[in-house]
Design a protein around this ligand. Structure first.
Ligand SMILES: [Zn+2]
Length: 309
């Protein structure tokens, strides 16, 4: 039985959302970075969290360094990632630092709602919300969302809840069919998007993280446009011609994770019913984790966001 240090929690895993990131777990490591669970043992300095239902972000910042103090804890040099740098949530229990976890209590209490679908917020929803926050958009703006996997679909829903128009781009007709009905339209990658439709300061988001997806997003970016690359790893590095970006007055930024302070807003949106988590998720028994990872490698998953329970 794992025992927590004074600043750690032992969490009984109620749900662990699965994404391609899980494939990066080193050999011998328990994968799984996106967890919702119940605190079964709490270290002395986190005793108030005993018994709480908590959401665990994958990105574990130190909260002390200059980057953390400037809100950029996702790239904290002393931080790490759950399921990559320490054992994650593909297990009955997981030990995590107490500081980044969000207790789902008070205004964020789940009530009668099942906990496991909210695991979709820990990584997929958090990346989508961090992208929304970095874009600086509001009512009347339009954003092009490329890629309608779990992150892309949640981003569509977050933008719609904020009054932002959405044009979704995905070559897969089944993915386009899952897009929320309130978006302006869902198109395939070949469809030309008239510049007027994007507004004077076009904003494009790539959620595919693939070299082909990033190249296509760059190709469609008008002058003075902004491109957000969500969780791209190094996929876009060789594709981006910095000189061409500068000459066209364009901006590219990456979203590698989400600041812990954004999680309460995200959970509040979900509890208000603005995010269709039940439609995006499906529960998969933990014993089927190896088969699920195989399916993920082959690009076949049972739902945009499968969740181990
Ligand atoms: Zn730090």
């Amino acid at each position: 039985m794992s025992e927590p240090t004074p600043t750690e929690l032992v969490i009984r895993v109620l749900g662990c959302a699965v994404s391609a990131r899980e494939l990066a777990a080193p050999p011998g490591r328990v994968a799984g970075g996106a967890v919702i669970g119940e605190v079964v043992r709490a270290g002395a300095e986190a005793a108030e969290l005993a018994g709480a239902t908590v959401l665990v972000p994958p990105w574990l910042a130190c909260f002390e360094c200059d980057l953390c103090r400037r809100g950029r804890g996702v790239v904290c040099p002393r931080g790490g990632e759950l399921g990559i740098d320490r054992d994650g949530g593909f297990a009955a229990e997981v030990v995590v630092p107490a500081r980044p976890v969000l207790p789902l209590s008070g205004a964020l209490a789940l009530g009668e709602r099942a906990a496991w679908p909210l695991a979709a917020l820990a990584r997929h929803g958090a990346l989508a919300y961090a992208t929304y926050a970095r874009l600086g958009v509001g009512p009347g703006d339009t954003v092009v969302v490329r890629g309608l996997g779990g992150v892309g679909l949640l981003l569509c829903e977050i933008l719609l809840s904020k009054g932002v128009g959405v044009i979704a781009v995905d070559d897969d007709a089944a993915a386009r069919a899952r897009a929320p009905a309130q978006i302006k339209r869902a198109v395939s990658c070949e469809d030309e998007l008239p510049a007027a439709e994007l507004g004077a300061l076009a904003r494009v988001v790539d959620t595919t993280g693939s070299p082909a997806g990033i190249a296509a997003a760059l190709a469609m970016l008008p002058v003075a446009g902004t491109l957000a690359l969500v969780d791209p790893g190094r996929a876009g590095a060789a594709l981006i011609d910095v000189g061409a970006l500068a000459a066209r007055d364009q901006t590219v930024f990456g979203v590698a994770g989400c600041h812990p302070d954004l999680y309460p807003e995200l959970v509040a949106l979900a509890l208000r019913g603005d995010l269709a988590l039940e439609a995006l998720t499906c529960a998969v028994p933990r014993a089927e984790a190896p088969a699920l990872l195989e399916a993920l490698r082959a690009g076949r998953v049972p739902a945009p966001i499968p969740i181990l329970v």
